[in-house]
Design a protein around this ligand. Sequence first.
Ligand code: MN
Ligand code: MN
Length: 418
Amino acid sequence: MDTLSRRHLLAAAAAGTVATAATAAQAASFGNPDRPPQGAVNTLDNPASATDPGPQNPALAAQFPGAFSPPATDVGDMPLFWASFNNAPRRIQNGGWARQVTQADFAISETIAGVNMRLTRGGIREMHWHQQAEWAYVSKGACRITTIDTSGRANVEDVGEGGLWYFPAGLPHSLQGIGEDGTEFILCFDDGKATEYNTLMLTEWMAHTPPDVLALNFGLPAETFARIPLDDLYIFQGRMPGPLAADQAQAAGAAGRMPQSSVFNLTGMEPTRRTRGGEVRIVDSRNFPAATTIAAALVTVHPGGMREMHWHPNADEWQYYIAGAAEMTVFNTGPKAVTQNFKPGDIGYVKKSLGHYVRNTGTTDLVFLEVFRAPEFQDVSLSDWLAHTPRAMVAQHLNVDEATIARFPSDKPAVVPE
Ligand code: MN
Ligand code: MN
């Protein structure tokens, strides 16, 4: 990459580190550094403009250099597109915990509500259902899921680290930690307003049904239900389940298994795209047919690399940061360009069709999930667009000669190297 880019010059000027006559002259050749009129680049002769007399919380502020000292090209503001599980209250019970970030906490997140849950070995998330579909990614350990469809066909399946599950809206299910140290996962409801604490639970319906109705319903004496819990269990410590094959056979009975698997081994698949910069694994209804309403990409960006400039024409993007350190800039009309920083456990959100890129700002691999409420993953690459438009057309927009435009990536790299 050309190190003499306008971005670098502006960034250097903003930092006040190389505000020499030479760089000023070079900057002039790349346009007017006083545009936009916002940004530290405009305060070089008046440094107090950018200081922060306080109050301060340096530990927290240090997590957000992109917000505190935005790139010189940033302009305007946007609804906050950063949230985190790290400061979400944990509902801790014997057997595990849950925490969530819904649209009530994160206004921009219209399409997805996120939940982070941990279950001990044997820990159970009570049998339940809800009005939204549920898609999940196992970040640690392993989990056994159970579910049925409307024909009574049953899936009992184990999901390891890097695996997914999907339950359509309204179909009942249970979760149980089965790893050596149980499991941890994030799950996404395909509605930002959904909440993990508002699900229809087995124990609650039973407790709030007259015993004679239970007797009638199950064809057994009312005394059968004398010891049912009066309060919900939600998460509780259970016994480890038996062998998978035996559980599957018993649950299926004569009805058999569901026609499609409810689980998918995402990290086990070959990357959809691999470059020197990293790799991307795309999972949607084309390779995980059960997942009719959620598409996703698991992205790995090597140090110095970047998830390329792009946008998604079909859905908002909900991001979950798994490893490393990231900086994302989002572009909207206005113009508006806003930068934020992300660490493991953080959540990002980009509205449909807004331009964005995600840089690895750390020294280790950046790993994150892009999740969409859509049957298929779709994105448009900026470089792909420019490479597949007549070069004369592009040249006249950018004042870059056609021979140079011919060197733009023309193969939609997804992740570009340092
Ligand atoms: Mn659920
Ligand atoms: Mn994206």
